[in-house]
Design a protein around this ligand. Structure first.
Ligand SMILES: [Zn+2]
Ligand SMILES: [Zn+2]
Length: 128
């Protein structure tokens, strides 16, 4: 018996742990298109076999054979993984990643998203 396909395709929606964006899964995306964060749930892509569940922050951008990869590192255990850039990824975030300003970009994004949710809930409450 040979073990070949280690990739399991799964469609699942999730809420980003970092910036609280609701992400619609398309079976390929395993990271947030807004802040590029991922979660340490796999040992092999898609298998959900890791019990770590730490937040995997995008730390840098790598170019391999003409393909751009986001390098993710787990905050909890230090595990590093490379993921292909998805066409849905926010270009500003990719840019920030490539020029080393991703930390500042992420902080601003989290702030903006929180404010957005706050304003939306205030609007809903005052509409009552
Ligand atoms: Zn996010
Ligand atoms: Zn981890």
């Amino acid at each position: 018996m040979t073990v070949t396909a280690q990739f399991t395709r799964r469609k699942e929606d999730f809420t980003c742990d970092v910036c609280a964006t609701d992400v619609q899964g398309n079976g390929y995306t395993n990271h947030c298109p807004e802040c590029l964060s991922s979660k340490h749930v796999d040992i092999n892509p898609g298998d959900r076999a890791s019990s770590c569940k730490g937040t995997m922050l995008a730390v840098s951008l790598e170019n391999k054979n003409g393909q751009q990869y986001i390098v993710h590192q787990c905050e909890k255990c230090g595990f590093v993984r490379r993921n292909k850039v998805s066409p849905n990824d926010n270009f500003e975030a990719i840019l920030a990643l490539s020029n080393g300003t991703i930390d500042a970009y992420r902080r601003e994004l989290v702030f903006r998203k929180k404010l957005e949710k706050q304003i939306l809930s205030d609007v809903r409450q005052s509409a009552r």
